[in-house]
Design a protein around this ligand. Structure first.
Ligand code: FAD
Ligand code: UQ1
Length: 416
């Protein structure tokens, strides 16, 4: 059995940034990162890729270039976690191996489940059906906008937990502006069908978004869940969640699908005593330490933290996890507390953005001393040009714990 002091499962936003921190403080070759992908994607850019503001290539870097050089990259998929033996199983069948850990960080993200919608993923083979949530389908979004002639442009939000709860409607606003710019808006009806009972979970921002929706002539239907796509008829079927069993067929010219998502089987069913009842890693919401296995921590979308799942949240979790696990390695208590900080840059077109930032209580926790619930060009440029630099150059190198320092710095200038 191979043995490492620290094993990290996943080389996404969480796995990369936390491995970078420990790679600086721990001896060479004492860390393994288990990650099967060749490419690391900066997923927040896909909203802009779908709108044609960036390319898919802009959003990806070779995995080897974003993982620290002094760790062992185990290029494989974890298939089982055995906390009683302190091992992670990789591979299947005869190529199965166990990797021993003293400390474990789980950072596998959340699983996309397009197949839970009848007719998907096959419908992605037809024109007009697209999704910013996958590298496979994100380029179809701009194509659908280019091809659009007349009819309904329909945007969905599933009846499950999701990552970046704002992304399903960012592309709605981008599409609206695209169609206007290209003289096609008069022939289009824009429909946002969401499973939620609200437009956005935090009222401060939801109020602004309702104004955007109204001023742009967009139809919003709450509590509508996409259950089937019939590509040959260009029809999307939604269930009315308040009247189960009641279905509505909506014809589409363009259909942007945000897929159902859920915990990976690795966590949910293949790793004894790791998940909570919903299948996510069962951690303390303040310390990020597993509630039953103190040498196990989780970061990011796979953790059962009751906050909106974003890379911005991962950034803030990073600093807390690093200090708590370091303490624990040194026989001290994990005492640093994550407040649930998360952020969602709600891009409302090709030049404006509402920068939502809030905590576990849904209270705004804004960085800048301005009213961030207003659509702003400055925040759009921050999202488009500044955030990617922060991500690649600071966060993935272990040097970005979120904007908390700036928030404190700007606090005296804030009007209440
Ligand atoms: P990920 O970054 O998804 O990484 C998980 C990694 O684990 C992957 O590399 C995967 O290959 C690996 N993995 C999975 N299973 C296994 C296994 N069994 N064994 C080993 N490795 C495994 N966030 C923001 O902050 N702002 C935004 O504007 C924003 N916009 C978004 C827009 C879109 C369209 C999308 C899709 C996401 C957006 N996000 C945004 C969310 C953000 O991308 C995620 O919250 C963030 O990447 C979570 O990091 P993570 O490390 O938990 O998961
Ligand atoms: C952030 O820290 C972050 O993580 C890198 C994001 O992910 C892409 C974000 O989208 C945002 C908005 C933040 C918060 C940062 C600032 C400067 C407000």
């Amino acid at each position: 059995n191979r043995h490492y002091k620290l094993v990290i499962i996943g080389g996404g936003s969480g796995g990369c940034s936390i491995s970078a921190k420990f790679a600086k403080t721990m001896g060479s070759k004492s860390i393994a990162v288990i990650e099967p992908s060749d490419v690391h994607y900066y997923q927040p850019m896909w909203t802009l890729v779908g709108g044609g503001m960036k390319s898919l290539a802009d959003s990806g870097r070779p995995m080897s270039s974003v993982l620290p050089s002094n760790i062992d990259w185990v290029k494989d998929k974890a298939t089982e976690i055995k906390p009683s033996k302190q091992t992670v199983v990789i591979g299947t069948g005869s190529s199965k191996q166990e990797i021993q850990y003293d400390y474990l960080v789980i950072a596998v993200g959340i699983q996309l489940q397009y197949e839970k919608i009848k007719g998907l993923p096959e419908a992605f083979n037809s024109a007009g059906v697209c999704s910013n949530y996958s590298s496979l389908y994100v380029n179809k979004t701009l194509q659908a906008l280019k091809d659009f002639k007349k009819g309904n442009a329909v945007f969905t939000f599933p009846n499950t937990p999701v990552k970046c709860a704002g992304a399903p409607q960012k592309i709605l606003y981008i599409a609206d502006q695209y169609l206007r710019k290209n003289g096609k808006r008069d022939n289009a009806k824009l429909i946002y069908n969401t499973s939620l009972g609200v437009l956005f979970g935090v009222k401060h921002y939801a109020d602004s978004l309702w104004n955007v929706v109204k001023s742009r002539d967009i139809s919003v239907n709450l509590r509508r869940n996409l259950v089937e796509v019939i590509a040959k008829d260009k029809a999307a079927i939604f269930e009315d969640l308040d009247n189960p069993g009641k279905f509505e067929t909506v014809p589409y010219e363009m259909l942007h699908v945000t897929p159902p998502m859920g915990a990976y089987d690795l966590i949910k069913s293949n790793s004894e005593d790791i998940p909570d009842a919903a299948g996510f890693v069962d951690v303390n919401k303040g310390t990020l330490q597993h509630v039953r296995h103190p040498n196990v921590f989780a970061i990011g979308d796979c953790a059962n933290l009751p906050t909106a799942k974003t890379a911005a949240a991962v950034a803030a979790e990073n600093g807390v996890l690093f200090r708590n696990l370091t303490n624990f390695m040194n026989g001290k208590e994990p005492e640093f507390i994550y407040d649930g900080y998360t952020s969602c840059p709600l891009v409302t077109g090709y030049e404006k953005c509402i920068l939502a930032e809030f905590d576990y209580n849904g209270q705004p926790l804004e960085t800048f001393p301005i009213d961030q619930s207003k659509e702003r060009r400055s925040m759009f440029l921050m999202k488009k040009d500044v955030m990617p630099e922060i991500y690649w150059k600071l966060m993935l190198k272990g040097n970005w714990n979120g904007p908390g320092t700036f928030r404190k710095l700007f606090a005296p200038f804030k009007k209440t």
